[in-house]
Ligand binder design. Structure first.
Ligand SMILES: NC(=O)c1ccc[n+]([C@@H]2O[C@H](COP(=O)([O-])OP(=O)(O)OC[C@H]3O[C@@H](n4cnc5c(N)ncnc54)[C@H](O)[C@@H]3O)[C@@H](O)[C@H]2O)c1
Ligand SMILES: O=C(O)C(=O)C[C@@H](O)[C@H](O)[C@H](O)COP(=O)(O)O
Ligand SMILES: [Zn+2]
Length: 366
């Protein structure tokens, strides 16, 4: 069965479907056939691990002559200027014109990089998201944030560029390594914390596993929450709340990813640490109590996610990374905090000392 969620915008020509099902090979093939019939050149971007794990799924795209492919090295290091330049060279070599389309088949790394390549190639061509990790299915494939990392910070270069459709085939998760599944769970837990107390309670009562019968339903719920938030504030311009709420845990988490060196912590692992720090910040601001912080930590631990750094990181570097966060306005940091488990708000005016204290909560064990 294929379910469809629609992400809609003021300009309906930009609306797109999020298709969810066990195996979306058939609609994918139909889309490719329709593009071919219109004489549009399709190319496929993926990474080496996915190519090795899912050769049968990639056959949906036909031969390499029909759909030329560029295969990246797996991992966060691929979201780089050098790899972006490689994509541009590939698109040029394949004579992809303005009618061309990119299929991003992979996790968030492939999706973010391919999406930015699509946003920048000939000032913008179409692309499709085909997420293959839990994290990409619940978060990165939806909403049109694309981009790359630079040494100064995570996702500092990028564009808002919406895909034409998202194809979520949950069967692909069967080959996903356990550590990567756990990383995706950090974003799922984030959705529960920021918008859905019932989802959070469900995860507390019964940790979600790749074999859980309710997995597809949870993925759908996360896409629904994301679509609703993105629809209301696509470019994260709301002065309060809005799309920035999806950044819960990321102000701290992105700093960890950058300072530790991209790839040392998976994005989801860094988000887990960030959620612990954000819960502590919320407690210090008087929004939630110690028991609520313990509940957050317990759910993360139950999903095999870290609560503390594995090795010390210099606090000065973490603070300065945080000062380059994209939520900073007029030099002042903006945080996402919990008003309750299931409700997040944005909060300005957090002093550096408070931020340092929250980083201390996730410090590596002595
Ligand atoms: N654009 C957004 O809104 C958004 C949201 C969240 C995260 N992100 C970004 O997403 C990135 C993280 O994405 P990720 O966690 O998917 O990591 P990833 O893309 O690195 O994929 C994780 C690993 O799993 C492998 N893999 C993927 N699918 C597989 C499968 N089905 N079977 C076996 N192996 C498979 C990949 O090859 C890779 O080694 C970060 O760069 C983060 O900043 C973006
Ligand atoms: O879609 C969003 O908006 C998010 O914040 C989702 C995050 O999970 C994701 O990691 C995003 O890439 C972070 O955005 P950034 O603007 O802080 O780079
Ligand atoms: Zn994230």
């Amino acid at each position: 069965m294929v379910e469809t969620l629609e992400l809609s915008f003021d300009d309906p020509s930009r609306n797109y479907p999020i298709l969810l099902g066990e195996d979306l090979s058939a609609p994918l093939r139909q889309t490719l056939a329709a593009l071919r019939a219109e004489g549009r050149r399709a190319v496929l971007l993926t990474d080496a691990n996915l190519a090795a794990a899912q050769p049968a799924f990639l056959k949906n795209f036909g031969t390499e002559t029909e759909t030329p492919r560029l295969v990246f090295a797996a991992g966060e290091g691929t979201k780089s200027v050098a790899e972006l330049a490689r994509v541009w060279d590939f698109l040029a070599a394949q004579r992809v014109d303005r009618g061309g389309v990119i299929f991003a088949v992979g996790g968030g790394v492939v999706g973010d990089l391919a999406g930015f390549a699509a946003a920048s190639w000939q000032r913008g061509i179409s692309f499709y998201q085909v997420p293959t990790t839990l994290l990409a299915m619940v978060d990165s494939s939806v909403g049109g944030k694309t981009g790359i990392n630079i040494p100064a910070g995570k996702n500092l270069v990028g564009a808002f560029h919406q895909p034409r459709a998202v194809f979520v085939s949950t069967a692909l998760l069967r080959t996903l390594p356990a550590r990567e599944f756990a990383a995706g769970m950090a974003e799922v837990i984030k959705y529960g914390l920021l918008a859905d107390a019932q989802l959070f309670a469900q995860l507390e009562a019964q940790p979600l596993r790749v074999t859980s019968p309710e997995l597809a339903q949870v993925i759908r719920r996360c896409c629904e929450i994301k679509a609703q938030i993105v629809r209301a504030d696509e470019r994260e311009t709301a002065l309060e709340g809005g799309r920035a709420l999806l950044n819960l845990g990321h102000t701290f988490g992105h700093a960890v990813e950058q300072v530790a060196g991209y790839g040392e912590y998976l994005h989801g692992e860094a988000v887990s640490l960030g959620l612990v720090a954000a819960a502590e910040l919320s407690r210090r601001l008087g929004h939630i109590d110690t028991a609520a912080c313990e509940r957050v930590a317990r759910v993360l631990r139950a999903h095999d996610l870290p609560l503390r750094l594995r090795a010390p990181l210099p606090i000065e570097a973490l603070i300065s990374a945080m000062q380059r966060d994209k939520k900073v306005r007029a030099g002042l940091p903006r945080f996402v905090v919990l008003r309750a488990l299931g409700e997040a708000i944005t909060q300005d005016g957090i002093g550096e000392t408070l931020a340092r204290d929250c980083f201390a909560t996730i410090a590596a064990p002595a």
